[in-house]
Design a protein around this ligand. Structure first.
Ligand code: NI
Length: 187
C-alpha cells in the first residue's frame, strides 16, 4: 500500500461522494471492468475511502456512489490507524468453500438494517491493486464476508436480496422506511 491512496480514518462534515440507497435503480446496474488504473482512479479511491470512513462503513463498492466500475474499498479495522485499507479492482472469486456460515450484515445503502445472511465461509479472490498489479488473497471470517457482500454490489445485488427470513426483512425495512418492493429476492 502506497501513501497515494491513504486518507485519514475520520468522519468528514461533508464527505466527497453521495451514497445511493435501496430503491435507487443506480444500485441495480452492473459495474464494468476497470481498464485504466491511473491517478484519476486513485483519486476516486481516496474519495470512496473518505466517504466510507465518514459513514463508519467497513466496505464500499463504486456502484454505491453511482460509479459503475468494478472497484471496492474495504477496511474492517477503522479504529486502527496503522492498518491500511484493502483496495480491490476487477475482483474475481477463484474458489469458494463448501461450508457456509450465517453472519449479520449491514450496508451503507440500507442504513440501520442488520440481518442474517448465509454465504460461503471462505473464498479465494484475484484482483488488481491500486497500481494495477495482480494480487491474490485467501480470506475467511469477516473479510471473506465483506468481500462477498461488496462484490455483490458489482452485479447489482444487495444483501437484502439474500435474506432468508422474509418476515424479519419486511419488519426491519419498514422500520427504516424502505419498501420491500425494492428487494429482488434471490434465495
Ligand atoms: Ni453494501
Amino acid at each position: 500500500m502506497s501513501s497515494e491512496v491513504l486518507v485519514e480514518k475520520k468522519k468528514l462534515a461533508k464527505p466527497p461522494l453521495n451514497v445511493h440507497f435501496l430503491g435507487d435503480r443506480i444500485l441495480r446496474q452492473p459495474a464494468k471492468r476497470v481498464v485504466h488504473v491511473d491517478a484519476e482512479l486513485r483519486q476516486l479511491i481516496r474519495e470512496m475511502l473518505q466517504t466510507m470512513y465518514s459513514s463508519e462503513g467497513i466496505g464500499l463498492a463504486a456502484p454505491q456512489v453511482g460509479v459503475h466500475k468494478q472497484l471496492l474499498v474495504i477496511d474492517y479495522e477503522i479504529d486502527n490507524p496503522a492498518r491500511p485499507p484493502l483496495i480491490l479492482i476487477n475482483p474475481t472469486i477463484k474458489q469458494v468453500s463448501r461450508d457456509t456460515c450465517v453472519i449479520q450484515e449491514g450496508c451503507l445503502s440500507v442504513p440501520n438494517v442488520f440481518l442474517d445472511v448465509k454465504r460461503p465461509s471462505a473464498i479465494e479472490v484475484q484482483y488488481k491493486d491500486e497500481y494495477g498489479r495482480p494480487q491474490k488473497l485467501s480470506a475467511d471470517d469477516i473479510l471473506a464476508r465483506v468481500i462477498q457482500h461488496e462484490m455483490d454490489h458489482l452485479n447489482g445485488i444487495l444483501f437484502v436480496d439474500r435474506v432468508e427470513n422474509s418476515l424479519m426483512l419486511k419488519q426491519e425495512l419498514a422500520k427504516q422506511g424502505f419498501s420491500t418492493q425494492a428487494v429482488k429476492t434471490i434465495v
